[in-house]
Design a protein around this ligand. Sequence first.
Ligand SMILES: Nc1nc2c(ncn2[C@@H]2O[C@H](COP(=O)(O)OP(=O)(O)OP(=O)(O)O)[C@@H](O)[C@H]2O)c(=O)[nH]1
Ligand SMILES: [Mg+2]
Length: 464
Amino acid sequence: MKIMAQTLTEFDTISAISTPIGEGGISIVRTSGEDAIKIVNEIFKGADLSKVPTHTVHYGHIVDPATGKTIDEVMATVFRAPKTFTREDIVEISCHGGIVVTNHILQLILAQGARMADPGEFTKRAFVNGRIDLTQAESVMDIIRAKTDKARQVAVGQLEGGLMHKVKAMRQEILDTLANVEVNIDYPEYDADQVTAKQMADTSKDVISQIDKLLKTAQEGTILRNGLATAIVGQPNVGKSSLLNYLTQSDKAIVTDVAGTTRDTLEEYVSVKGVPLKLIDTAGIHKTDDKVEQIGVERSQAALKKADLVLLLIDGSQALSDEDKVLIKATQDKKRIIILNKLDLGQKITVDELKEKTGSEVISTSILQEKNLDELEDLIKKLFFSGIENSNDQIMVTNQRQSGLLAKAKRELEDVVQAVNDDIPVDIAQIDFNGAWDTLGEITGDSAPDELINTLFSQFCLGK
Ligand SMILES: Nc1nc2c(ncn2[C@@H]2O[C@H](COP(=O)(O)OP(=O)(O)OP(=O)(O)O)[C@@H](O)[C@H]2O)c(=O)[nH]1
Ligand SMILES: [Mg+2]
């Protein structure tokens, strides 16, 4: 199952537009492979690219060899293997933006014998040619998709290979022990079974504790990647939609003084002080006979259940109602911030009073007059990211593929410990031990099946 044999097609010359399609100052057409320089040279009028030194930029024109017509004035950058993104020869043509010109240049390159690159194929080559491992390839995708600065920092950290080195070290530890086991199995006259069994169990326990540490970061990693699911809940008319609009700096949600304005849940991604939130505005939760509103209320309750963070809004200018009390109770097991809104209308409930009653974070605001909203943002940030403030220099597991494999390796190692405890013969316990080694290898791509590799890279965008 190891990816060793590469099909020939992986070494042909590929090309794609690497910048977003659309109007822009410049666009870049990237070509990679053995014939990259030769192919671009055919359509480039300026310096002879086959003779220029590596990592140099050259002014010139793209000329259609069939018609002799000049297509664009460009800069061509030549990177010679192996010190390139793909470890192959690469030429990047920076041309004037615009779909028509850029496409035309790409078509000319294809006409000279390059093949259109698949999504993610440049990064895949970097992997196949051994420049990066799978965790690093995944981080390239994360950097592109990062919704916030923090998520991007973590991805960049991963691109530098933090997780890869950690996983490789764990594999090495298993391998060292395996080497001993093999020796002992080969020379049964030493009858060192018990020694080996103990070594295997000890190593398993040690690696399990390292995996546990990594798995702990997985939850935070997922939040950084997908945003913290944050439900804004409360009774009708307390200002939920106003808060969503403020945090997203938009008027996405309809705000009126009619109770029951929001009838369906509304989702928006937003970065609050670097914390990525998936904000969910909900219909006011209360008893209603209106059919549509009733469905909205049910959706609100579902959103509440799934939320990682609850922002519970209460109209602080009114006395606490029974329905508020129900909501306070319903959210008490959640991470939450209780927001006493409409501070501008005077306060019937005090922050301290409610803090004492509920034991959770409480803040009073006026969304209408934008009072205390900066403090609210600070509170959101404090609540969730105090622990991982320096996450950029901490190794983090940021996706489900990685955390799923870590969990699998952990189970296999637990089985080894169990087998040793139960005095099961060493060579049988060793099967799981080997399995854990393989599973960890899948994280970095050292032992990943082809199919997985292909699926992973196909999720990339074109030109990357
Ligand atoms: N005085 C005052 N009014 C506010 C404040 N925040 C929101 N409002 C007003 O309260 C009314 C309801 O606001 P919304 O944001 O629509 O409230 P909601 O909780 O989304 O209401 P539903 O969607 O009906 O559940 C609007 O008229 C807002 O302008 C505030 O801090 N002070
Ligand atoms: Mg609303």
